[in-house]
Design a protein around this ligand. Structure first.
Ligand code: CTP
Length: 406
C-alpha cells in the first residue's frame, strides 16, 4: 500500500484487553509513513504502560487533561489541530457512550470535540455489550455525525465467548483506515464535490389510531443506495427517511420521520442551500382525516375511513422560486413512460426515473430493478441490475445532467 506521507494520526487508546494490539498498530502506521501521537484513557494504562507507546511512537504519551507539565508542551488544543485523522482503537462501549453523549470528561473525549479531523473508531468489547441496543444506538448517533466505524471482527473473544466485538487486527485496521481515507479523498474530488444534496427515501406511515397506520411496501433500499452513491461522488447528502430497517449510508446525514407531513416539514426546513433534490420516498398521497387518540375497537360491522390529501413534497420543492435540480421517481403499473412524462411536466422536474411495479419484474421489496430515466430533451434506459449498482448508474447520470444544467 502506498504510504500517505506526512499524515498525522492521533491514536486514542481506551481500556480494553485489545489495548495491547494498539502497540502493533503504532508500529504499522509509522511504517506507512504516518506520524503517530498516542493519548490513553486512565483505564487503558491498566492494560499497557504509556512507556510502550512512547517508545513505539517516539513521542511522550498523554493521559490526563489537567497535567500542567504536558500542557506546557503541545497543549490539547494544539494536539487536536495537529491531527489529520483521529483513530480510537480499541474503542470500548464506555468510550463510545461518552462520545455519543458529547462528553468531554477526560483528555481523549475533549480532543474528539476539539478536533476538526475525521474520526475513526475500532470497537472492541464483549459480544453482548456490542449487541446491546444502548451500544448500537450510540454507534448510530456517531455514524450520523460522520464517524467511521471500522469493524468489529467476529470470532472468539478474550472473555471466552464467540461473536462480534473483536477489534480488527492492526494490519486490517491500517488497510481499512487508509482505504477509507482514499475513498474520502476521491469523493472530495468527485463531480459533485461541494454540492449539497437531499434525498427522501422509504415509506411513510399515516396513523389511524395509536397502534395502526396506513403504509406501503417501500423498503427504502433504492433511496438509501442513491444517497450513498451521491455521497460517493462528493455531494454532502442529507437523507430524509421514513421508517426502514436500513443502516445509515456512510458519510450521509440522516433525519428520521414517520408521516408524510413530518417528511414535508423536515424537507422544507432544510431545503435552503440544497442544489440537488432526489425524491425517492414512497410518500402516502392520502392520510386518514381523523386519526383517533384511542385504539379503535371492533364494535361496528363496517368501518369507513375518510382520507385527505397529503402535500406533494417534490412538487413543492420544484415550485420554489429558485428550485434545486429536482429528480422524481415514478412507480407505475402500466403506460410507464406516458405517466412518467406527464409527472415530469406537471411537477416541473429536471428528471424522472420511472419503473414498473407489480407483476413479475422489478419494483418494491426486490433487490433488482430497472429504470427508464427521462428529462425534457433526453432519455436513458438503465437495464435490470442490483439496486446498489442501479443507484450508482443513476447517481452518475444525475451528476452528468446536473453539471450540464448549471
Ligand atoms: N412525492 C412526494 N410527495 C408526495 C407524493 C409523491 O414528494 N406527497 C414524490 C415521490 O417521492 C416520487 C414522486 O413524487 O418522487 C412520485 O409522484 P406521484 O405523483 O406521487 O406518483 P404516484 O404516487 O405514483 O402518483 P399517482 O398515484 O398519481 O400515479
Amino acid at each position: 500500500m502506498v504510504p500517505i506521507p506526512g499524515m498525522n494520526i492521533l491514536l486514542g487508546v481506551s481500556g480494553g484487553i485489545a489495548a495491547y494490539k494498539a502497540a502493533d498498530l503504532v508500529r504499522r502506521l509509522r511504517e506507512r509513513g504516518c506520524a503517530v501521537r498516542v493519548v490513553m484513557t486512565a483505564a487503558a494504562t491498566a492494560f499497557v504502560s504509556p512507556l510502550t507507546f512512547q517508545a513505539l511512537s517516539g513521542h511522550p504519551v498523554r493521559t490526563g487533561l489537567l497535567d500542567p507539565a504536558a500542557e506546557a508542551g503541545m497543549d490539547h488544543i494544539e494536539l487536536a489541530r495537529w491531527a489529520d485523522r483521529v483513530l480510537l482503537a480499541p474503542a470500548t462501549a464506555d468510550l463510545i457512550a461518552r462520545l455519543a453523549a458529547g462528553l468531554a470528561d477526560d483528555l481523549l473525549t475533549t480532543l474528539v470535540l476539539a478536533t476538526a479531523a475525521p474520526l475513526y473508531l475500532a470497537p472492541a468489547m464483549n459480544q453482548q455489550m456490542w449487541r446491546h441496543p444502548a451500544t448500537q444506538e450510540n454507534l448510530e448517533r456517531l455514524r450520523r455525525r460522520g464517524v467511521q466505524v471500522l469493524g468489529p471482527g467476529v470470532g472468539s473473544q478474550a472473555c471466552g465467548e464467540q461473536g462480534p466485538g473483536r477489534m480488527l487486527e492492526p494490519a486490517e485496521l491500517v488497510t481499512t483506515l487508509l482505504a477509507a481515507d482514499r475513498s474520502a479523498t476521491k469523493a472530495a474530488a468527485g463531480p459533485l464535490a461541494g454540492v449539497r444534496a437531499m434525498v427522501t427515501a422509504g415509506p411513510t406511515r399515516e396513523p389511524l389510531d395509536p397502534v395502526r397506520y396506513l403504509g406501503n411496501r417501500s423498503s427504502g433500499r433504492m433511496g438509501y443506495a442513491v444517497a450513498e452513491a451521491l455521497a460517493g461522488l462528493g455531494a454532502a447528502v442529507t437523507l430524509i427517511s421514513g421508517p426502514t430497517a436500513l443502516p445509515t449510508p456512510t458519510g450521509v446525514l440522516r433525519v428520521d420521520v414517520e408521516t408524510a407531513r413530518e417528511m414535508h416539514s423536515a424537507v422544507l426546513e432544510r431545503i435552503a442551500g440544497v442544489s440537488l433534490f432526489v425524491a425517492a420516498a414512497a410518500v402516502a398521497d392520502y392520510r386518514p382525516a381523523d386519526p383517533v387518540p384511542q385504539k379503535i375497537k371492533k364494535v361496528e360491522a363496517e368501518l369507513v375511513v375518510r382520507l385527505v390529501r397529503n402535500p406533494d413534497i417534490l412538487a413543492e420543492v420544484a415550485a420554489q422560486p429558485s428550485p434545486p435540480f429536482t429528480v422524481g421517481f415514478a412507480a407505475e403499473t402500466d403506460q410507464v413512460e406516458d405517466h412518467a412524462l406527464t409527472k415530469l411536466r406537471t411537477k416541473r422536474l429536471h428528471m424522472i426515473a420511472a419503473n414498473r411495479v407489480g407483476g413479475a419484474v422489478g419494483g418494491f421489496e426486490r433487490n433488482d430493478n430497472a429504470l427508464t430515466v427521462l428529462w425534457p430533451d433526453g432519455r436513458r434506459e438503465l437495464p435490470m441490475m442490483p439496486k446498489t449498482q442501479l443507484a450508482r448508474e443513476l447517481a452518475l447520470l444525475i451528476a452528468e445532467r446536473y453539471v450540464a444544467s448549471s
